[in-house]
Design a protein around this ligand. Structure first.
Ligand code: PMP
Length: 391
């Protein structure tokens, strides 16, 4: 069919530049080892931090919900698609996060879009870290608010943006809690202090911190003992929680407002019962099995120390998100391909996801990995690193 030649041209250019991406289908369940192209490899690229994608309690809860309530809801939340279990889960989540209320969106991505686009108008300003996630950037693009970008985790840069923002109705500072490509933690105590000094609101995206940081995985705010001082916590239910969805944990006012104005919430069908039941069971797992988070951090330390001892540069990572810096884009892809041959699935991340020349293999270990698997992965990194002259 004719009509898309201009798109094909762009794809052909990507092919020439080596940036064209093929999707890589898993032929097994997600786990510490997965099957790809018929080969069993160690998985180091998922966000399945706690291994919850296959947790028996969560699978049982999903099976039961499927059997009792069917596979879909048949409506958006605001018309006929709110099940009691949706609201029960939101109450449980709010309690877990130590907030007044919570609201679930279809994904973390649409949560950021829905929150930012609805609560900010032309009288407002949003002040955003330059390395915030794409969904925050897109959410900001959807608002009529003025926008200021501060240098990554640079508090002087944030303060000067705040100083220039005196005359707005609402000033909203927004930051990732854990940055997804470098694995560093936002300096939230300093951000909150500045926000309080300049009368601004704070929004934190805990996509990579939910289930990872704080007591029982309550996130960055709890990790820094800032409960009650951060206005909006958003996050995903799709990474450590192991299922699907996004949430906002905040005040009852914000929840009520988003029910009326959050466009992805208003105009997109609610989560299937199995998804909500599994998300709900995940909170119980976080409360009942804190050893999973301990194992995640123990594995993270083992793997990161191992990489550093070999001589790899893991940048500024402080969390399980551990980049192995390579530099050149083509070399990064080559590194990833060679790792696969050596039995490790670890994807290369290059421009435009990270700045040009900052290509890296982004690894994330999980609570499911055994030390033997991680040692095997370290051996593969050593072999390939030496072969490609990175070590
Ligand atoms: N925010 C951040 C910081 C993320 O890393 C991601 C996941 N890529 C999202 C939001 C989006 O979450 P989800 O995958 O649930 O849409």
């Amino acid at each position: 069919m004719k009509g898309f030649e201009y798109l094909q041209k762009e794809l052909d250019e990507m092919q020439e530049q080596g940036t064209f991406r093929h999707l890589i289908p898993l032929e097994s369940a997600q786990g510490s080892k997965v099957t790809i192209k018929g080969k069993e490899v160690i998985q180091l690229s998922s966000n399945n931090y706690l291994g919850l994608t296959s947790h028996p309690k969560m699978k049982d809860a999903a099976d039961k919900a499927n059997a009792d309530y069917g596979v879909g809801t048949g409506s958006v939340r605001t018309i006929a698609g709110t099940l009691k279990m949706h609201e029960d889960f939101e109450e449980k989540l709010a309690k877990f996060k130590h907030t007044e209320a919570a609201l679930v969106f279809q994904s973390g991505f649409t949560t950021n879009q829905g929150v930012l686009s609805s609560i900010l108008g032309k009288e407002d300003v949003v002040i955003s870290d330059e390395l915030n996630h794409a969904s925050i950037i897109d959410g900001i693009r959807l608002t009529k608010a003025d926008r200021k970008i501060y240098k990554h985790v640079d508090m002087e840069s944030l303060e000067s943006a705040l100083k220039e923002s005196e005359n707005y109705r609402t000033k909203l500072i927004v930051t990732d809690g854990v940055f997804s490509m470098d694995g560093n933690i936002a300096p939230l105590p300093e951000i909150v202090e500045l926000a309080e000094r300049y009368n601004a609101l704070v929004m934190v995206d805990d996509a990579h911190a939910s289930g990872v940081l704080g007591d029982n995985g309550r996130g960055t705010v709890n990790h820094f003992n800032l409960d009650g001082r951060v206005h909006i916590q958003v996050g995903t239910l799709s990474k450590a929680i192991g299922v699907l969805g996004g949430y906002v944990a905040s005040t009852k006012t914000l929840r009520d407002y988003l029910i009326h104005k959050g466009r992805p919430f208003l105009f997109s069908t609610s989560h299937p019962p199995a998804v909500t039941a599994a998300n709900d069971a995940a909170i119980d797992v976080l409360l009942e099995e804190p050893e999973l988070i301990e194992k995640l951090w123990d594995n993270t330390k083992f793997f990161k120390d191992g990489l550093n001892a070999l001589g790899f540069d893991t940048g500024i990572s402080e969390t399980p998100v551990t980049p192995v810096m390579v530099g050149d884009d083509a070399l990064t892809h080559k590194f990833s391909d060679e790792l696969f041959e050596a039995g490790v699935f670890a994807q290369g991340i290059v421009f435009p996801t990270v700045p040009r020349g900052k290509g890296r293999i982004r690894t994330i270990v999980t609570a499911e990995h055994s030390k033997e698997e991680l040692q095997e992965a370290l051996n593969a990194f050593e072999k390939v690193g030496k072969k490609l002259g990175i070590l």
